[in-house]
Write a protein that binds this ligand. Structure first.
Ligand SMILES: [Zn+2]
Length: 363
């Protein structure tokens, strides 16, 4: 009899990455659902999973159609400390939703945990590891395909997460929300990379907090750190969908526009095609997005890397590559935009003549 979940017939994450495939993650659920009215900014917990499962399911569906082949459980901050008695039902339902949608395609399910809010108050390793373990127990029961420890600003806590997750025997990815300056204790990215791989992560990278360019700079530093130490791991990037050249060490949360005034900074689909190509060229094979990413950004990754992946996603049926489709427009000056050079070289206006183009971090 086939095992429940149907995932065993699919190639696993490491098999895909070892074979040189490009894997595309879904992501950015918190901000997507906040804008749609299902998540409250602040603690950013995912009770929408049980309160509005149809909203979470639909977002997974849109990311799958856009070309994502990893469905990450919407379990950010869904630990016992943040969600009290609700945590278990939320984690279980998030796994079911991700699995249901993943099985409509070739997608894998990744169980996700993130940094705790108690680490900063007291570094109680046993208590923090227990929070990770409780979420992991649900992921194992629901037979997720692999695990992601994401959004860690301190490598010490990230290492604890990896140590817990790797005990399951499933592949572990670990991403930190750090920039080129390193973690909040001043540990350099290259040293973070070494610690994560030594702890048992097979895939490492960064997510959130920084824009596409900065995130790729940080990943290059992770890669260099591994090379120097003679270690190997697959590389992963899930950048913000916002341009953030002006943020400091703490990333976008310190900018005055966070979290309700970020729209002028949103990356265009063409910016994200460039991000996908740059990531690929520097050896990153697990490419996705975090806050600010919407499904059409993921489609841009899938379209840019369609030659390497060998397919276009279903959502591309409604999107001509590099503006093709506009050649059907009635106005000739718009028909003239149906070409790559036009979109690739466009400097889009913000429409805000009284706004500065950059701001200063508060912290
Ligand atoms: Zn994020």
């Amino acid at each position: 009899m086939a095992p429940a979940g149907g995932s065993r017939a699919k190639k696993g994450i490491l098999e895909r990455l070892d074979g040189g495939e490009v894997v595309v993650g879904d992501g950015g659920f918190l901000l997507c659902l906040e804008k749609r009215g299902y998540v409250k900014a602040g603690l950013w917990t995912p009770e929408a999973v049980v309160e509005h499962p149809e909203a979470v399911r639909q977002l997974h569906v849109e990311f799958l159609r856009a070309g994502a082949n990893v469905m990450q459980t919407f379990t950010f901050s869904a630990n016992e400390d943040n969600m009290e008695s609700k945590w278990e039902a939320v984690n279980a339902a998030a796994c079911d939703l991700a699995r249901e949608v993943a099985d409509r395609g070739e997608a894998l399910v990744a169980g996700g945990i993130c940094q705790t809010s108690i680490y900063k108050r007291h570094k109680d390793e046993a208590r923090i590891k227990r929070l990770f373990q409780l979420q992991l127990d649900v992921f194992i029961r629901k037979n997720v395909d692999f695990l992601i420890a994401e959004y860690f600003e301190y490598v010490e806590e990230a290492v604890w997460a990896v140590e817990v997750l790797k005990e399951s025997g499933k592949p572990v990815a670990a991403t930190m929300c750090i920039g080129p300056e390193g973690d909040m204790h001043g540990v350099a990215p290259g040293d973070c990379a070494v610690k994560l791989v030594k702890a048992g992560a097979s895939i490492i990278g960064v997510n959130c907090r920084f824009g596409p360019e900065t995130s790729l700079k940080t990943v290059a530093l992770l890669r260099d750190g591994l090379q120097k130490a003679g270690l190997k791991a697959h590389l992963m990037v899930q950048s913000l969908g916002f341009h953030m050249p002006d943020c400091g060490k703490g990333g976008f949360v310190d900018l005055p526009e966070y979290p309700f005034g970020l729209e002028p900074r949103v990356a265009t689909r063409w910016d994200i095609q460039k991000y996908a190509r740059d990531a690929y060229n520097q050896g990153v094979r697990f490419i996705g997005g975090c806050c600010g990413f919407e499904p059409y950004h993921i489609r841009a990754i899938a379209e840019e890397l369609a030659p390497e992946r060998g397919f276009l996603p279903p959502a591309s049926e409604k999107h001509g590559s590099w503006g093709s489709g506009l050649d059907m427009h009635t106005k000739p000056w718009i028909r003239a935009r149906a070409r790559r050079e036009y979109w690739e070289n466009l400097l889009p206006a913000t429409g805000r003549p009284f706004c500065p183009s950059l701001s200063k971090p508060d912290a």
